[in-house]
Design a protein around this ligand. Structure first.
Ligand SMILES: *[C@@H]1O[C@H](CO)[C@@H](O)[C@H](O)[C@H]1NC(C)=O
Ligand SMILES: *[C@@H]1O[C@H](CO)[C@@H](O)[C@H](O)[C@H]1NC(C)=O
Ligand SMILES: *[C@@H]1O[C@H](CO)[C@@H](O)[C@H](O)[C@H]1NC(C)=O
Ligand SMILES: *[C@@H]1O[C@H](CO)[C@@H](O)[C@H](O)[C@H]1NC(C)=O
Length: 407
């Protein structure tokens, strides 16, 4: 083969020696400079404009695959509240979100709305899937996390092969850019977030933000709230069928006497919320589309809890159970789908570490239970379990697909 290196002939790079006349300033020469001066001036102007734009909307640095270990940070340390970003204007007048997003080929995660706008749009979303919709109903897996999702590789195994039947939403701390490989179900699934402080109403707001985002995708039919320490304990088909086949939603709700239950009730909530309506339950829920619309539409209870459920009241454990048990009680099974181990007592459930994860341990999570499902007795009562430390990932990846019969 011929050597076809296209090096330009050396002569073409030879600067011509400047002719002496060109160095002399002449009126003609100055006139020739005018276009360059104009170009320079517009360049400066553009530079300033870009500077101020970037100053207002800085570009996010994108780290490589980020796996943080938020569990290692003490759970009770309240984060510094970060002032919310100025509400970004809607870039487009969205009348039909689905059509626009399809047209622009955007992920169905809202990027351009503030909370009020978002909740307003989501409350107007259809309560049921369109009968004519060609889409299969999807389950929205909504992750409320502090940083990343360290167990994402396990979830990716779980989701593998079921594209089109699920969607993933992640609410992290503001400024935390979740990055995942493009093959991951978590890729690009961060929703715009605000700071969440443990035990405060901002936690409920984050849940409603997740629900609202997920409602904007008209094919999401069930909505599950998970944390970074949650794992699935059955395979996708079992989880999907259980959720989509259920007549009721799964919001843990019980009337608990004592200081950790009724003791948190604030009598100033009367008459809207009375003590006998006060309920408690873990925040990790599963709900259907109609109830999700009702929850994002609620203003009365949200206002009441934001104002009167503070300090050791823990709105994330009472807002949803109380709201649903009061207004939509017939649509709830009153139990959560997420298994936790409270057997050790104390304010936090047991946290499992790498060495805890064995085939036997995983089998035990799945068996030996009875509960009501669609009016009958079922053996599957929980679909998820927590709390799993990031260092459980390796052993989970090894055992879980076998025990749980992943695809
Ligand atoms: C929104 O757009 C989709 C896809 O173009 C269409 O099927 C649907 O009927 C539209 N919905 C409304 C409410 O206009
Ligand atoms: C759930 O709790 C509500 C209110 O406490 C009650 O009315 C309803 O019957 C309960 N549902 C089930 C399935 O136990
Ligand atoms: C998990 O492992 C830790 C440390 O090895 C141990 O102390 C704990 O009892 C184990 N928990 C369970 C539920 O087996
Ligand atoms: C999922 O797990 C169930 C048992 O829980 C099993 O019967 C089923 O065959 C599994 N499905 C797939 C696709 O592997």
């Amino acid at each position: 083969m011929k050597n076809e290196k296209r090096s330009p002939s050396p002569s073409s790079f030879h600067p011509l020696p400047p002719s002496p006349t060109k160095l002399l300033p002449s009126p003609l020469r100055l006139l020739r400079l005018v276009p360059f001066l104009l170009l320079f001036a517009s360049g400066v102007a553009l530079g300033f404009a870009l500077f101020f734009y970037l100053y207002q909307y800085p570009l996010q640095p994108t780290p490589a695959y980020t796996i943080s270990s938020p569990l290692l940070s003490p759970t009770r340390t309240p984060q510094q509240p970060i002032p919310p970003p100025p509400p970004a204007p809607l870039l487009f007048p969205i009348s039909n979100g689905t059509a626009l997003r399809t047209f622009l080929n955007l992920p169905d995660v809202s990027r351009y709305m503030d909370d009020r706008e978002l909740l307003r749009m989501a409350s107007a979303a259809p309560r049921t899937l369109e009968k004519t919709s060609p889409n299969v109903p999807k389950v929205a897996f909504m992750f409320l996390v502090r940083g990343g999702v360290p167990l994402a590789p396990l979830w990716d195994e779980f989701f593998h092969g079921y594209q089109g039947k699920y969607s993933v939403y992640v609410h992290s701390s503001p400024g935390f850019e979740l990055t995942a490989p493009s093959t991951s179900a978590f890729h690009g699934r961060n929703i715009p977030s605000k700071a969440v402080r443990w035990g405060q109403f901002s936690m409920v707001e984050a849940e409603r933000r997740l629900l609202a985002n997920a409602l904007l995708d008209g094919s999401n039919s069930r909505f599950v709230l998970l944390s970074e320490s949650c794992i699935p304990i059955f395979n996708f088909t079992t989880v999907y069928d259980y959720l989509t086949g259920s007549e009721k939603s799964f919001i843990g709700s019980s009337d608990v006497p004592g200081p950790a239950g009724r003791g948190r009730y604030n009598p100033r909530m009367r008459p809207e919320v009375t003590i006998d309506r006060w309920r408690k339950g873990a925040q990790w829920f599963g709900m259907d589309r109609g109830l999700a619309v009702d929850v994002v539409s609620d203003k009365k209870y949200a206002r009441l809890f934001r104002r009167l459920c503070k300090g050791s009241c823990y709105p994330d454990e009472h807002y949803l159970p109380t709201l649903v048990s009061t207004k939509f009680w017939w649509r709830n099974s009153n139990r959560s789908l997420t298994l936790v181990d409270w057997s050790r007592g104390g304010p936090h459930p047991a946290r499992f570490v790498g060495s805890n994860v064995t085939m036997d341990f995983l089998r035990r999570l799945r068996s030996g239970r009875k509960c009501e499902y669609n009016g009958k007795t079922a053996r599957i009562c929980f679909l998820f379990a927590r709390k799993f430390a990031p260092n459980t990932l390796e052993r989970l990846l090894k055992f879980a697909p076998k025990v749980m019969q992943f695809n």
